[in-house]
Design a protein around this ligand. Sequence first.
Ligand code: TYM
Length: 333
Amino acid sequence: MKHIVSGIKPTGSLNLGTYLGSIKNFVELQNSYSYHHFFLFIADLHAITLPIDRQFLRKKIKELAALYLACGLKQERLSLFIQSEVPAHSHMGYLLQCFTYMGELERMTQYKEKKEQAFEGIPSSLFTYPSLMAGDILLYDAEYVPVGEDQKQHLELTRDIATRINNRFGDFFTVPEPLIPKVGARIKSLAYPEKKMSKSDTDTKGHIDLLDEPHIIRKRIRSAVTDSGADIRFDREGKPGISNLLTIYATLENVSVEAIAARYSNATYKQLKDDLAERVVKELSPIQERYRELINSRELNDILDKGRDEALKVANKKAAKLSRKLGLGRGRR
Ligand code: TYM
């Protein structure tokens, strides 16, 4: 059976950007890729590349696990697990560092942006992060990797690393393809529509978290930054605020942005915002309800145990195989 792999960092509350750019897509892919097995994980090793409070991290790991499921992922053909509970991720990450060039890592946009947030020196893990991410994917020989637009560069590097190793050892890794949604891959901040809606953003006005109460959701959308003029049309450059709202709406409705823009072409900004707020509330209410059932349940722990065990089997085998190819240890005994 072929594999689909993806992860999310538990560095903050899950927001609408991550939901629309990733989890919602996973749920739909489970239906359309009905012959694939899904390895989805909580990327906690990636979360410690910048300092993070340990209690906060623990809480976010559990919260993210419950939210993955609350968003509607089905149990069959799914291994949901916590990355650090499968140590082969760190192992493979190190092996792949030996095949990643400094120049490649220096070019990564996310590294360039994130290093600005490191106040007490830049941890080397922030620099080697893409090799760890390549390991996450290549360990499972993923055919597809569903991600938002911001991860495209890391995926390209993963493909280069895989090809490099394949050139040396024959067809060792499956070279993965990114699956980037047509709409929703780049959800922007509501307060600063030129920036992405990000978990690490400390300015709460810009994002909607999946667990936000309806009155907060309505308030945030009502106060979203819009553009001068009063016409509603999709124009990312000229009207970034309105275009972002239209993108959110279109992704929720699974239609094109043009279709939503046409529906609101004679409406006011207020009408668009009011309707969108109700649409977001309608989307998130059942997710929040299911989340509350799951968060402290035995069921959640059982699912994570099962996911870990399934992931361990595949990942240990692949990491051991590459170690042998490289001549590490005593080989097969
Ligand atoms: P992370 O945790 O930043 O984001 C998780 C996923 O959500 C997407 N995303 C968005 N999509 C649209 N609009 C946004 N505003 C938005 N914000 C986030 C991201 O593109 C991503 O798909 N390095 C990864 C996690 C990771 C991973 C992996 C992903 C680690 N190993 C292996 C895939 C495969 C990250 O930091 O994602």
